[in-house]
Design a protein around this ligand. Sequence first.
Ligand SMILES: [Zn+2]
Length: 60
Amino acid sequence: MVLEPVLCPTCESSDVVKHGQSGEDKQRYKCRNPECGRSTFIREYAKESRNNKLDNYEAT
Ligand SMILES: [Zn+2]
């Protein structure tokens, strides 16, 4: 199992901290970048499934 760094999906900063859980075993994170408009986020699943989702979105 490879431990990937968690990046904020908005500013792509790696300066994030764990911020409790959001049900269903999803780890919630908090972005510490003061210039980032986003405060908390949930880590996305595997990049592969995310790309598939994007492809479907563009197709419709
Ligand atoms: Zn951010």
